[in-house]
Design a protein around this ligand. Structure first.
Ligand SMILES: Nc1ncnc2c1ncn2[C@@H]1O[C@H](COP(=O)(O)OP(=O)(O)OP(=O)(O)O)[C@@H](O)[C@H]1O
Ligand SMILES: [Mg+2]
Length: 366
């Protein structure tokens, strides 16, 4: 039984484009699902509808075996952690964590037991008598998590809970949340616009754009077989390289800026509907090599090098346009050097320029 089922979920805030449009998703019991997408794509709106903080315009939300469209937020068995986690400043950590339980008229013995148990899990036992202002950002974040955890809800909802933290703490808390998920095994829905956070946390990742779900898949599938150009461009840093090419009349090759790439059987099948027409090509930076690969060969001149220590990003000028490649360590060519960038044919992502759908990834239904 899925833990949370969204069926054709929609939200209109009055006039204009729908904030959420026909989103269907089955979230499994115990799954960590990440909702990701650019600002304004409707992520928070989906989460707020699940929490019951926003009315549903279309479709249904089921939690466990009941439809909750008309169920009050407090009766949904969900707990939400917001970006701005707003702890009560005048209350101790203990009282902050106990607040929800006391409001629900839990016995003091139960409050003591649950708060102490949760504090133990989160490593907050020695902080219970402090006020929030006496804590670091990461510790405050843990208290906010604890406040949600004490109720042992069926579903946790997180809306960009780490975006107030500095980069280092964010990485630390990311691991902490993952550990927490492994430990409590509850269903979690986590909203972020950060693709690295999405990839590192999610069992599956649902990518949204303008209110519409684009693809929902595990991180590896999303990266290696993006369903459309938007997903291909959104996931991956530095982003995938795109250029437009023309498919030959017989569909055996593609050509861009005078560079011809002979296609293999799989790519020929993919571009068969586009013979004599344009096709969009994507190649990830790490799939471009300087030697030893048979496939696409693109002559290029090194323009800029960005050494990162473990790898170097190289920006190239080429007949197909600007291209970024990634080379291990410091072993990059000098600025001005000429090279032939080589990519295996099976690493070419091909997209229909009209629909922007992938021609090389297996079709997905979302
Ligand atoms: N209360 C509201 N009234 C009218 N429009 C709203 C309201 N809340 C959100 N919207 C609009 O709905 C769309 C989706 O908003 P939402 O907050 O869900 O985006 P988001 O993906 O969470 O973005 P961000 O990453 O910036 O938080 C946006 O275009 C936003 O302007
Ligand atoms: Mg938001």
């Amino acid at each position: 039984m899925p833990s949370v089922e969204l069926s054709k979920l929609g939200k209109s805030y009055g006039r204009g484009q729908k904030a959420v449009d026909g989103v269907s998703l089955s979230i499994r019991d115990g799954e960590f699902l990440v909702l990701v997408g650019p600002s304004g794509c409707g992520k928070s709106t989906v989460l707020r509808m699940v929490a019951g903080l926003e009315e549903i315009s279309e479709g249904t939300i089921q939690i466990g075996d009941r439809v909750v469209n008309e169920v009050a937020p407090k009766d949904r068995d969900v707990a939400m952690v917001f970006q701005n986690y707003a702890l009560y400043p005048h209350m101790s950590v203990f009282d902050n964590m106990a607040f929800g339980l006391r409001r629900r008229k839990a016995s003091e013995a139960e409050v003591q037991q649950k708060v102490n148990e949760t504090a133990e899990v989160l490593g907050l036992t020695t902080y219970l008598q402090r006020r929030p202002r006496e804590l670091s950002g990461g510790e405050r974040q843990r208290v906010a998590l604890g406040r949600a955890m004490v109720r042992k809800p069926q579903v946790f909802l997180f809306d960009e809970p780490l975006s107030n933290l500095d980069a280092k703490l964010r990485v630390q808390m990311r691991a902490e949340i993952k550990r927490l998920h492994q430990r409590v095994g509850a269903t979690m829905i986590y909203v972020t616009h950060d693709q690295v956070e999405a990839m590192t946390l999610g069992d599956r990742i649902a990518v949204m754009r303008k209110g519409i779900l684009q693809q929902c898949a595990d991180p590896f599938t999303l990266y290696t077989a993006p369903a459309n150009q938007f997903v291909a461009g959104f996931i991956g840093s530095p982003p995938i390289n795109f250029f437009t090419a023309n498919v030959s009349a017989d569909g055996g090759s593609i050509e861009s800026g005078g560079v011809t790439i002979a296609l293999g059987e799989a790519q020929r099948a993919a571009v068969a509907p586009l013979k004599g027409k344009p096709v969009n090509v994507g190649i990830r930076p790490e799939d471009l090599h300087l030697e030893g690969v048979i496939g696409a060969a693109i002559p290029a001149t090194c323009e800029v090098r960005e050494p990162l220590g473990n790898e170097t990003l190289v920006h190239w000028k080429s007949p197909v346009g600007e291209i970024v490649s990634r080379v291990p360590g410091q072993s990059s060519p000098a600025v001005g050097a000429q090279a032939t960038l080589q990519a295996p044919l099976e690493k070419l992502h091909l997209f229909d320029p009209t629909s922007e759908l992938s021609l090389t990834a297996a079709p997905v239904t979302v």
